[in-house]
Design a protein around this ligand. Structure first.
Ligand SMILES: Cc1ncc(COP(=O)(O)O)c(C=O)c1O
Length: 390
């Protein structure tokens, strides 16, 4: 007899991530240039990898404390002070997580009650909406429009807030648009959070990746925000450590301890050896980060310039992260169709903007975290292919 199996009801509206879908399609095509994934093509600094190796030889392969090894929490306490003049207690206000992913997911699990509304950027990182739904919440899209440089309109945000609004998710520097916010723009959002009593999950995993005159303003540094903000960050992007899965979250004890509880029952603790790698990366010289951002900057200019030279693309110059989000409406195709065509005909993998939400339709996301020469080749292929679309 066939087992009578059905996935749980809570999965009814959960679809696979559009990024992963295109990534998987790319695996089947030979000689493909994959610009779909959000991971630096660099390797973590050697001294950090050596520290992981050393830790393994010293037998540090056992369960770590639930909230992370104390040395790493202490180093993160110092980082918060050094970078943002923020004081967090390393025992009760910092939790090491399995990447920023776990931190965001568990923050929603521990904050959201069924029916609570969560303001979420649209287009926004693919993790947010499904996580809100899995927590029983209702995602409320905050449109990020190209004509506003992909920044939220303050009046627009105000008009979306109801008695059921409980959490606001912010993500700057932004994935998928590369937008960053000015001091005044962050201050205006902070004011709304305070006035309307919202808790904020501020996803700052790209905190070190910004360009030109842009700066990163940590949300918790704004008056009245430390006590209502969970600052999520990660080692994944800053130190090119995506596969080691180390992230973290800062917040007041009342917000951190429920996350700690759920973390305990889901992953128990983060991989011990990976935490030693993260520790060495954080405590060692930071020139690897600066060099990586300098290289991203060159690639950013290349991709922006070349795309705008191709008829049909309209691309704004991003100020952060490592993505461009060009407008492809002139090609008269859905973003899914367009990305599929690029994959099959140009052998270049991108992500359709619709994978990031309804307001992403009409755009594609291109990650420039790949070698300069490969980007040049990808752009040549794209140029040749889209000429034939016309
Ligand atoms: C905005 C944003 N947040 C969080 C993450 C998760 O990163 P990780 O779980 O590797 O730290 C990503 C990864 O692409 C991201 O783009």
């Amino acid at each position: 007899m066939r087992p009578n199996f059905k996935p749980a009801e809570r999965l009814k509206n959960i679809k696979p991530s559009g990024i992963r879908r295109f990534f998987a399609l790319a695996q089947e095509i030979p000689d493909v240039i994959n610009l779909s994934v959000g991971e630096p093509d660099f390797t973590p600094p050697k001294h950090a990898l050596d520290a992981g190796w050393k830790a393994s030889k010293e037998g540090k392969t056992h369960y770590a404390p639930t909230n992370g090894i104390s040395e790493l929490r202490e180093a993160l306490m110092q980082k918060a002070y050094r970078d943002y003049s923020l004081s967090y207690d390393s025992k009760s206000e910092i939790l090491i997580t399995v990447g920023g992913t776990e931190a965001v997911f568990l923050a929603l699990m521990s904050l959201v009650n069924p029916g609570d509304e969560v303001l979420v950027p649209n287009p926004g990182f693919v993790l947010y909406e499904p996580s809100i739904r899995l927590a029983g919440g209702v995602p409320v899209s905050v449109p990020l429009l190209e004509e506003k440089n992909f920044k939220p309109s303050i009046d627009g945000v105000m008009s979306l807030i109801t008695d059921k609004s409980r959490v606001m998710i912010l993500n700057y520097p932004n994935n998928p648009t590369g937008a960053v916010l000015s001091y005044d723009e962050v201050a205006a959002l902070a004011k709304i959070a305070i006035e309307r009593d919202l808790t904020v999950i501020s996803d700052e995993v790209y905190e070190k990746i910004f360009y030109d005159d842009a700066k990163h303003y940590c949300l918790a540094t704004f008056p009245g925000m430390r006590e209502r903000t969970l600052v999520v960050s990660s080692f994944s992007k800053t130190y090119a450590m995506t596969g080691l899965r180390v992230g973290y979250v800062y917040g007041p004890e009342e917000l951190i301890s429920p996350i700690w509880l759920v973390h305990q029952y889901t992953v128990a603790c983060v991989n011990s050896l990976a935490q030693y790698v993260a520790l060495a990366a954080l405590k060692g010289p930071q020139d690897c980060v600066k060099n990586m951002v300098r290289e991203f900057d060159k690639r950013r200019h290349l991709v922006y310039k070349r795309l705008n030279e191709i008829e049909g693309f309209n691309c704004t110059l991003p100020k952060g992260a490592f993505y461009v989000f060009p407008n492809i409406r002139d090609f008269n195709m859905s973003s899914d169709e367009f990305a599929n065509n690029l994959l099959k005909k140009a052998r270049v993998t991108t992500v359709p903007g619709s994978a990031f939400g309804s307001y992403g339709e009409g755009y594609i996301r291109i990650s420039y975290a790949d070698a300069y020469e490969r980007l040049e080749e990808a752009l040549n292929r794209i140029e040749k292919t889209v000429k034939r679309f016309g």
